[in-house]
Design a protein around this ligand. Sequence first.
Ligand code: NI
Length: 183
Amino acid sequence: MIRPIVLYGDPILRRQAQPVRLDDPELPRLIQDLWDTMYNAEGVGLAAPQIGVSLQVFVVDAAPLQPEEEPPFKGVFINPRLISEGTACVPHEEGCLSIPGVRERIFRPDSVQVSYYDAEGQFHERTFSGIVARVIQHEHDHLLGRLFVDYLSPVRRQLVRKRLQQVARGLVEAPYPTRVYAH
Ligand code: NI
């Protein structure tokens, strides 16, 4: 089911998400809703808080952004933990379905080692690099209540401030269903 995407300004995006019980009977539906909502919005990743659920789950399908020679990566991350990060930080333009109309160059480590459970409850410990590592870090941040605009320099931040306020007030059109926080 496609759910509305929670927009910037909603406190759920600033909350630390809770661990998931792997036998939670609601979990398969939550995962399906994340896929449906992400693909409908043409995103490459979506975290549960973005559909109003403060649980440690996100989905990634980085294929549209990956170079052709790379095997396409698609996966569900349940209770993920970042174990280590690469030492090199690289810039790349990022956006977020919760912050329509804002795209900014962000520096992040070029690789990341992460442990997580998949949709079948299997435990994984894997190192990712390139664009997949970037999407995973962006989505993992959502589970910590962090957003990509938090990494902006004070000058850049000042420049996008007005846009963020407009998003929070529901004044920015998005080509997918959204939900504005009622103050
Ligand atoms: Ni995001």
